[in-house]
Design a protein around this ligand. Sequence first.
Ligand code: BTX
Length: 325
Amino acid sequence: PTVKYEITKRLLAANGQPISGQQLADDFGLSRTAIWKHIKELETEGFEIDTVKKKGYVLTSSPDSLQAAKIDQYLTTKRFGRNIHYQVTCPSTQPIAHQLVQAGAPDGSVVICEEQTAGRGRLARAWTSTQGKGIWMSVIIRPEIPPTKAPQFTLVAAVAVTRAIEEVCQVRTEIKWPNDLLINGKKCTGILTELQADIDRVQAIILGIGVNANQHLSDFPQEIQSIATSIQMVTGQPVDRAQLVARILHHLEIYTDLYVKHGFEPLKILWESYSCTLGKRIKAIMIHQTIEGMALGITNEGVLQVKTDDGQIHGIYSADIEIQN
Ligand code: BTX
């Protein structure tokens, strides 16, 4: 961690109380001028800092950003989010996370940004990631599981994000199998699970999570305005994104550990309670095939069971789902 990061953390933790420049200088073994330079830099990043004579620096307001120090103040985890790579803008957080996996980044590392210029969904689709309005992050998870179990992580993540949104924003999202979270039938979150693996062992799961937090309708491109929504559009309240990130990581760590220890079964009940897919007539659109029928449930492996009109039951591993009423 850099000195600037440590100073930011101290200012945030001081809760509006002054921190003496001399104290900071002593603690970091720097001159007071060096500290002052860091303070000036923070001001250019949107932190408002008053200098109170003989008392020191007072943080009066901080920018709505997702830099590590902002998330850190809410973190309750042991591993997840303890190593945050923050960028203001990037094409996509996924390739950066893939590179960090190669470089040995530890379990729970996070890549997060304010804006993605080439955010991606599944099957090379685009994910709109407007500057400062959402949560665009990739979490590196290194579970001891075989590669065949990796797709279930999408479901584990869906439960974690649903619970976090419910707790921080007081709004209930529904999970549309496998990877969408909806509010009032519109998409507010997408999850993209990617993998680096050997034949028999997962090296890392790179879990891409995109949450629409504070967009207004006009922030979305025209072509998705009828299918997308943000939390603020529903609740009317701005979302504290840093707090929501910390809560997502909180649940993600707990559920990852639960999953690695006991498998998907204990999470299945939670997943089902949030699902809007089960018990409905659906169309499952796959690359080579489309299946229409009743969504009966998911197996202990997270496979969707669909019963077609001829009475046959099909196991679906990956598809786009249309819910028919
Ligand atoms: P998906 O393939 O299920 O959804 C992509 C589709 O969703 C698009 O084709 C479009 O119709 C619609 N869409 C695009 N942007 C949005 C949006 N902001 N809100 C609602 N609907 C939208 C879902 O893929 C997986 C998305 C993962 C995004 C994260 S963000 C951090 C990480 N980095 C990255 O590039 N992707 C992941």
